[in-house]
Design a protein around this ligand. Structure first.
Ligand SMILES: Cc1cn([C@H]2C[C@H](O)[C@@H](COP(=O)(O)OP(=O)(O)O[C@H]3O[C@@H](C)[C@H](O)[C@@H](O)[C@H]3O)O2)c(=O)[nH]c1=O
Length: 391
């Protein structure tokens, strides 16, 4: 179904950075894809430009308004009461219930026709998501309806975000050993490290990294662990016996740990593609690891009352059925096995299962591809809402 309109479609995406980089990471990826692949005029409202700059060095952290890669970026800094219907986009997305300015909502209600309004939710493998995906919610006072849009792992959800060219780019990169060596070489990775088993490591500070380092250090296989600056600092510094700044490196036993700079978002994909195993966290890097087609270990964002353990188990139920070594290490890595908190004894079985995990990564990717991509799915749903409107 096409979006019938007589001008380039406009879209406003509101992003509040709660913490870390996932909120802006997801919104920036979505904004670029909407602009690049669908020709939509996107305005990204974001309240934290310095965080944005970490994943996109082109961001000017002091600019109220800027154009980046074809996307209009506005610093969201308490603007309200300044909006008229002329300011309102055809599609409005609030990321993760971030409460867009009341003045913007009032102006939305004055538009004719009214914009399509989405709340884009966080990713979860839990079953209830299918029942809530695309549900409408009427505004208590204004003639406006918001729809919930859920990313997910089944055809009854919005799917996962994936750029159209991603798979082709990944395949080309992974088939090009020279290009891959040049990519890693810019971070100082040596030929010897390149020839070893490479692991990227992105996790929250409470992951039991030191214990895993111990297992790798004492293992038979040479391993190189590439850690972005600022990640697992305590364990990395204990291993390095030095500050964990980009470029720092040390080898003990079979393990080399090398600190990388925090790289721009497209390079982070390349890092995942170049490694044999990826430690990822949160939401966006977790999804990118799935598109990398390589085994990964997920460190889930911690929530009160261990709600995240339920979410982790829901994902493992879909992904790791029959892959006991993956389930065991994942649960331990995330503190879901308090009686057995040490991941080291689980490593040998996991290591032995890597070929099987590789095959599973490929199979899963094919399964996820069949759900379409989140951005197209959302635009198709927006088109259906627009065409079913009266008048
Ligand atoms: C390590 C690294 C990451 N990145 C990007 C990849 C992702 O877009 C982003 C990291 O986001 P995530 O993987 O989601 O992990 P995160 O921990 O940074 O973000 C989290 O924030 C919380 C507030 C959310 O509730 C979580 O669900 C999650 O999104 O940073 C780079 O661009 N360069 C790098 O070097």
């Amino acid at each position: 179904m096409s979006l019938a309109h007589d001008h380039a479609l406009t879209l406003a995406l509101f992003c509040r950075v709660v913490d870390n980089y996932g909120d802006i990471g997801i919104c920036w990826r979505l904004a670029r894809q909407l602009q690049r692949e669908h020709g939509i005029l996107v305005t990204l409202w974001v309240d934290d430009l310095p965080s944005f700059r970490r994943i996109c060095p082109d961001v000017d952290p002091g600019a109220a308004l800027q154009q980046i890669h074809g996307v209009t970026v506005r610093h969201w800094a308490g603007q309200d009461g300044v909006f008229t219907p002329a300011d309102i986009a055809d599609i409005v997305i609030e990321f993760f219930a971030c409460d867009i300015p009341p003045g913007y909502i009032t102006a939305m209600a004055q538009c004719e026709p009214r914009p399509v309004w989405f709340n884009l939710e966080g990713l979860s493998a839990e079953e209830w998501v299918e029942g809530c995906h695309t549900l409408p919610s009427s505004h208590p006072r204004l003639p406006l309806t918001k729809h919930f849009f859920f990313p997910g792992f089944t055809a009854k959800t919005g799917g996962l975000m994936r750029e159209a060219a991603l798979d082709e780019e990944r395949r080309q990169f992974q088939a090009d050993a020279t290009g891959m060596a040049a990519f890693l070489g810019q971070f100082g990775v040596t030929a010897q490290e390149m020839a070893s088993a490479k692991v990227s490591l992105f996790c929250y500070p409470h992951a039991p990294v030191a214990a895993l380092f111990g297992a790798w250090q004492g293992g038979a296989q040479a391993m190189t662990c590439l850690v972005p600056e600022g990640v697992a600092t305590e364990a990395v510094e204990a291993f390095l016996k030095a500050p964990s700044s980009a470029g720092a490196v040390a080898t003990r036993g079979a393990l080399t740990v090398r600190v990388l700079p925090f790289v721009p978002q497209p390079d982070y994909d390349r890092l995942l593609w170049a490694c044999d195993l990826n430690g990822v966290r949160g939401e966006d890097s977790f999804v990118r690891a799935q598109w990398a087609g390589r085994p990964f270990i997920w460190h889930i964002y911690p929530q009160d009352d261990n709600l995240h353990h339920k979410k982790l188990r829901a994902f493992l139920g879909r992904y790791a059925s029959g892959l006991d070594s993956l389930s065991a290490l994942s649960l331990c890595w995330n503190g879901a096995t308090p009686a057995d908190p040490d991941p080291a004894p689980l490593w040998p079985a996991f290591h032995a299962a890597l070929p099987e995990l590789h095959a599973r990564a490929d199979e899963w990717q094919r399964q996820m591809l069949a759900n379409g991509d989140l951005t197209s799915n959302m635009l198709n749903f927006a088109a259906s809402l627009r065409s079913s409107r009266p008048g």
